[in-house]
Design a protein around this ligand. Sequence first.
Ligand SMILES: [Zn+2]
Ligand SMILES: [Zn+2]
Length: 645
Amino acid sequence: MSEITVQVPEGEQKQFAGDATVADAIAELLSNKQRKQTVAAGVGDDLVDLSVRLDSLGLETVELRPVTISSDEGLDILRHSTAHLMAKAVLDLYGPDLKVAIGPSIEDGFYYDFDRETPFTPEDFEAIEAKMLETVRGGISFERNVVSKADAIELFEKKGEQYKVELLKEIEADTVSLYQLGDFVDLCRGPHVPNSSWLQVYKLIKVAGAYWRGDERNPMLQRLYGTAFADKKKLKKYLNALEEAKKRDHRKLGKELGLFTISDQVGPGLILWQPKGALLRKLIEDYWKDEHYKNDYELLYTPHIAKLDLWKTSGHLDFYSENMYSSMAIDNVQYQLKPMNCPFHIAIYKSQMRSYREFPIRWCELGTVYRYERTGVLHGLMRVRGFTQDDAHIFCRPDQLEDEIFNILDLNLNILETFGFDQYDVYLSTRPEKYVGSEEHWQKSTDALKQALEKRGLEYQVDPGEGVFYGPKIDIKIKDVLGRSWQCSTIQVDFNLPERFEVSYIGEDGKEHQPIMIHRALMGSLERFIGVLIENYAGAFPLWLAPVQARIMNITDAQSDYCEKVYQELRQSGVRIEKDLRNEKLNYKIREAQLAKIPYMLVIGDREVESDTVTVRERSGKNLPPMSVEDFATKIKDECKVVLG
Ligand SMILES: [Zn+2]
Ligand SMILES: [Zn+2]
């Protein structure tokens, strides 16, 4: 038998017999401490089990990259293996009437889909976790077997596992790998941890409905979510963050604070803004419009529908139709609800001859668009069917591109900072395999984006080939107080639409040229951005954003008239104020105002009436000395000015 040379990074080479395993090689090549941390190995672009025989890799020299349990890859393997562990426990407890579907690792853990008539309950979670622990204590190996596809189909048919059979029938290869954990066999590519004793730290999180393969026409399965970590501390930290996120859930807070509602009668994914939410939105929109005005943008308004032909010219019917709703006939002509605002802005551009002297043209619109999303993925304000983009299109000459991108970035980051977001990840996506426009255009534009990013002093990651087919782009993900990332801003150069719509301008040379078009949205969608704001602030908005800045309350009926007078005065001076003149105990009123997360409470007793003042109580519970109504109004204005300038 020929020997195989194995090497680990920064280690020496050693010879091994062909029937030796990866684990054997690692035992020789790594220190004891390293070996104990190693959960799998990388060979080229593949990950393999430690139990794999060296000769099965088909290489004379194997460069092994140890994958440690604390690495991202290791964590992924750990979580994926825990999904098997959970499925085994579920089958042990509730089989054989239950069918298993699929169980991948996901960003924060893993899930497994089960077809079972009885819904899983929180009590089941405990039983499942306990059953998992039995297997963990047993130290059972994950055993890999490569079998023919036909044999695998027969095996799963015998078990009545129709979902596995369906998956197998779609696999093109002749052989497949099965993994066995005790008596639980699963179709899987692997790799896994060597044995179940690695899977000590896990927790079941929740259960949710999920259609088989995400298709509403298929059976509804139960998706059990769980998470796993390499150590207990990390699990604890994660569970705490989860608890905090639950408290901040924008759907829960949106309801409690009277911000928005969704009605079955109106339709899923369609947001109804309640008065306080509408006011919050108005504040955001006003601020946004003011900032754009200051930055030399002009505001546009465009309709919600357009002739179907417009979307043929724009290419959306060819490339975007799955996100669009059906068309409607008006006077025998087909019209379409808009999924984007761009073609309307182009129509305005084309309403007259344009000259290089007008450039750059910066047009912005809070444009409401409608896009199809499956019912199953709709989620509060975060995934909806109708939303308002804070859209803008810039038309400029190629030599103005870099400055324009810089200006957009600057405005973008200033706006995000005002909302309290100063942590973000920036991505630059370059030319994909399929693209329109010349290579020269791509190169120049990509360079312009890079230079603008560097000039603004932004660190960024390059996503090679991840640009849209019509041009390179910059994406910005903001981080909220819990450290979660949210995709918000996008800045895209477009070589496609100007071409399709024959957009042109008269240059200095008196000839026609094609302008560069930039699409950009800073907040992305108002709906989603407000969802993020609610969760970021846990509903306790900063003063300038709070739909209600103050609530005035009397101690007894004797102060009602005075409260009315103060209420009117403050409203006239622009303070967003509410009144609570109910015949209730003061403590009760204070408690309610706190729950409503109102920044200031104005408490009025006889003393305040006599001295013509208000006593101000902060959201935190701190009391300020009595002040005149005018001073309070000035205080509110000054505090907002600090943020808004
Ligand atoms: Zn697996
Ligand atoms: Zn656009």
